[in-house]
Ligand binder design. Structure first.
Ligand SMILES: CC(C)(COP(=O)(O)OP(=O)(O)OC[C@H]1O[C@@H](n2cnc3c(N)ncnc32)[C@H](O)[C@@H]1OP(=O)(O)O)[C@@H](O)C(=O)NCCC(=O)NCCS
Length: 189
């Protein structure tokens, strides 16, 4: 009997800690300098630095226990991407910045990111004392901005034309969500 195809619907999205067997696929996506996600996730950073930093990060993974501030996005058993978070200084101030990356463009625009973000917001509110959450992106990343807005994030600020990307200027954009704005995970996605 052939294996059945994985369920790649938003309902099949879970966030989980990294496992050793995830490393080959994580390394492959993170270290490919031509991967399409690189054109969307902080494309204003110098490409060479990003390549070197991601290579170092991927090499460090086997020797590091999974961080509580990173999760693998698992869709029906497929490693589809990752989420992370970092506390803005000072520690204990209650401001956490969130990040998300779905590697394969074939998985974009199908509701997976919105569902993963909703789960990550819920997990962060459950696991930290966050008072406010943010996403930091750029004006051309409509999928990111719309996914965050869909969850109830509001635009907190725009620095006009601050990001130079492939010769064109875009706004730097930050979106925020207060803990009290978040009502119920399942009403959000
Ligand atoms: C950003 C990202 C996480 C969004 O996840 P996704 O699964 O692609 O997005 P969803 O399918 O959940 O859709 C999110 C919103 O984008 C809209 N959208 C989908 N495809 C779109 C497209 N091609 N252009 C514009 N908007 C689009 C959806 O309609 C939805 O908006 P709505 O809720 O108002 O209807 C994902 O695309 C990704 O990882 N991209 C590459 C890396 C990246 O940009 N990371 C973020 C760095 S800040």
């Amino acid at each position: 009997m052939p294996d059945s195809a994985p369920d790649l619907s938003p309902a099949a999205v879970t966030l989980r800690g990294r496992r050793p067997r995830d490393l080959p696929i994580l390394t492959r996506w993170l270290t490919d300098p031509d991967a399409e996600w690189r054109a969307w996730d902080a494309p204003y950073l110098p490409a060479w630095d990003t390549t070197v930093n991601l290579q170092r990060y991927a090499e460090s993974l086997p020797g590091r226990p999974p961080s509580p501030h990173e999760r693998v996005i698992d869709v029906g058993g497929v490693v589809a991407g990752m989420v992370n978070r970092a506390e803005e200084d000072p520690a204990g101030g209650g401001w956490w910045d969130l990040g998300i990356l779905i590697y394969d463009p074939a998985h974009w625009g199908r509701g997976l990111g919105s569902r993963a973000l909703a789960l990550w917001v819920q997990a962060t509110l459950d696991e930290t004392d966050a008072h406010v959450l943010t996403f930091s992106t750029w004006g051309g990343n409509d999928r990111m901005i719309r996914a965050a807005r869909h969850l109830g994030f509001r635009e907190a600020g725009r620095v006009r034309e601050a990001r130079l990307i492939r010769g064109q200027r875009f706004d730097a954009v930050r979106l925020d969500l207060l803990r009290r704005d978040w009502t119920d995970l399942d009403r959000r996605t």
